[in-house]
Design a protein around this ligand. Sequence first.
Ligand SMILES: *[C@@H]1O[C@H](CO)[C@@H](O)[C@H](O)[C@H]1NC(C)=O
Length: 315
Amino acid sequence: MFSSNWLLVVLVTFLVTPLSRGQLTPSFSPSATLSPSSSPSALLDAGEPSASASASATAPPNPDRNKYFHEPGGDDLLHHYDARFFQRIVTDEERKDTLRHLIRAYFLTFEYLGLETWIAHGTLLAWYWNGKILPWDWDLDTQVTDQGLKLLAKHYNQTYYDYEEGDGQSKRRYYLDVNPWAWQRDRGDGANIIDARFISVDNGLFVDITGLSEVYPDTEPGIIMCKNNHRYRLRDIFPLRHTYFEGVKAKVPFSYVPILTEEYSDAALVRTEFQEHRWDANSREWLKIPKDQDVVKEEGGSKRGVSMKDDGAYA
Ligand SMILES: *[C@@H]1O[C@H](CO)[C@@H](O)[C@H](O)[C@H]1NC(C)=O
């Protein structure tokens, strides 16, 4: 049960966690290791697993019981935040701003630590178009090797990183956390397919990091896969290509085209309309498609557009 003792533990760890790492013992349930957040929602969320644990004697196995990374909710609006740092649903502007700096900070940090990593999934598709995040993205994906994952877990688990743009804006802080289930290399119950996360402390948005390993070296040599059963030929990934993403040095798989077409279809590399956005070849940006009525306004001449807007504004 969610006892007051347990609450005390959470509050105490809140005070000490930023000072050092690894002082929480494995006897805590994974969700109890959360906590560098003072938000009440994180406390509530952390209470859930113990409740389900006590119910487990009678209830059927619940994959979420073993889940390490928690989100404040499972729906589209909530599953892109780490529960420990979630405070509120961010605006579109804050989301884009956070993700852009998040991926910059990620690559700068990994370069600084000397760890190899590269862009994956939807983030790779974003890079393919213009080396920037997609304006409708909610999270970011990267990959590392299983060796990289070991280094992350051994030396950098639960560490914080500060990042400054140098543009007078305030410092941003990030938290790197490695899933204890990172060693299980098959999909398992599916609750822990993300091996590590690089999280924005400000609002909980994150980079999902997955490790790739050769799971069946005897029967499938040269095939590396993540725990969500994405399979890659070693020679499609390596040697990694050096590139830039959001203005910082980054890496992508050697044969990114087959990787992208396999995951997203051939059409994804030529289709110029996605998610209410249209690719603009001149500016090399994804621009939001104006809503129907806006298009009509433009066709009817700018004057009419303006007067309609005025009507709306002053009605
Ligand atoms: C990372 O640290 C937390 C807290 O000590 C721990 O629960 C978790 O198992 C660690 N991850 C790995 C991969 O060792």
